[in-house]
Design a protein around this ligand. Structure first.
Ligand SMILES: Cc1ncc(COP(=O)(O)O)c(C=O)c1O
Length: 384
């Protein structure tokens, strides 16, 4: 029987029917009062989810577009930045900064571990002339399932001249991120993960300090020129044709998130993550991320010795219509990653865990069917 595939990936995530319905209406023109009214509401809600008083800019691109835009808008050729990387997406920021001719210092950790805020502190203290203009980090490293302690990193930057720039593409709206309270100058994210909207929108919030840097920046930019977006935003308008349909969808999704309440959403994701971790252990599997920084957005599981995890994923996908992800970059073929963020509930997770048990058994892994699900249920029955 044909049915929708259950996406238990870290993005794109499943779209709530209400959001799909809102996006299936006839297109409206963006230079109208009707669109402006939606755009005004949407911008107010975005600020709430970003937990900021700052404006949030919206672009028609995937998240990487906003990452690139943050570099192009904040810096000038040859500026020095410090990137903290713990996986594929931290490495991407290094590549973008280098592509724009920046002088990039890198702090990295073995994959599976989080950044140590003390390392950042030490690095900045050694930079006695404050040559470093910004510290760039990933909040939730999706490729490894590790969440950096952003609050602690924010503390390190407190009172220092460097900007704090954060890739929150897989975290914003899914786990706590207090933009203003934690002193984050730039937060970038995308539509297709915790925000429960199809891919295609990216967002960036900027502090007053960041706007000062934007005014000094000499790197070339055009479509992503932040100042052009801010100027139009003052009139609830956009410099170019916005992705009207996605904005309409996001406006509905943001209502769903805010009606639920951010704290409830965060608690649900935490519970789903705890259940996933307990299930994996009960199945005799080993978790990949260091336990103190394991992500509540995505759980990474080591492939058991002698088991082809890509085959496991294939069975889940083709036989049970459940899609999870595998390893990226050097982790390809070595780990499985289960996303539990956005429009997912406990039953989606239990179905996924059942599918995982069946698929592992099919490739010869000695799993006791029901062991993972039982462990997860113990945690989930308290309600998510
Ligand atoms: C942490 C993180 N950064 C960046 C990206 C890239 O975003 P996009 O694929 O939307 O360009 C992703 C996507 O998975 C991500 O999880």
């Amino acid at each position: 029987m044909e049915r929708d595939k259950l996406l238990m990936t870290p993005g794109p995530t499943m779209i709530p029917p209400k959001v799909l319905q809102a996006m299936s209406r006839q297109i409206i023109h963006h230079r109208t009062k009707e669109f402006q009214a939606i755009f005004t509401e949407f911008n107010t809600k975005l600020k709430t989810v970003f937990d900021t008083k700052n404006d949030v800019l919206t672009f028609a691109s995937s998240g990487t577009g906003a990452m690139e835009a943050s570099v192009a808008n904040l810096f000038s050729p040859g500026d020095k930045v410090l990137v903290g990387t713990i996986g594929v997406f931290g490495d991407r920021y290094v590549k973008i900064a280098k592509a724009y001719g920046l002088d990039v210092d890198v702090i990295s950790m073995p994959w599976g571990q989080a950044l140590d805020p003390e390392d950042i502190k030490k690095h900045l203290e050694e930079d006695v002339d404050n040559k470093i203009k910004a510290v760039i980090v990933t909040h939730n490293e999706t490729s490894t399932g590790v969440t950096n302690d952003l609050e602690a990193i924010g503390q390190v930057l407190k009172g220092r001249p460097q900007l704090l720039v954060v890739d929150a593409i897989s975290s914003l709206g899914g786990i706590p991120l207090k933009t203003d309270e934690w002193g984050i100058d730039v937060v970038v994210t995308g539509s297709q993960k915790a925000l429960m909207v199809p891919p295609g929108l990216s967002f960036a919030s900027l502090s007053d300090r960041a706007w000062d840097a934007v005014k000094q920046s000499k790197l070339p930019k055009f479509y992503f020129d932040f100042l052009a977006y801010r100027e139009k935003l003052n009139d609830n308008d956009t410099p170019y044709t916005p992705a009207v349909t996605l904005i309409i969808g996001t406006n509905v999704a943001l209502d769903m998130i805010l009606d639920d309440g951010l704290d409830k959403v965060y608690a649900r994701n935490r519970r789903l993550a705890e259940a996933t971790r307990a299930a994996a252990k009960a199945m005799g599997l080993e978790l990949f991320a260091e336990p103190t920084h394991a992500s509540d957005i995505i759980t990474s599981i080591k492939g058991p010795e002698g088991i082809d995890v890509e085959k496991v994923r294939k069975i889940m996908n083709t036989k049970y219509d459940i899609m999870i992800t595998g390893g990226q970059g050097k982790l390809k073929g070595q780990i499985l990653r289960i996303g539990h963020v956005g429009y997912v509930d406990q039953f989606d997770l239990l179905k996924t865990l059942t599918g995982l048990e069946y698929s592992l058994a099919e490739v010869g892994y000695p799993v006791q069917i029901g062991s993972g699900v039982t462990a997860a249920e113990k945690i989930l029955k308290e309600g998510v």
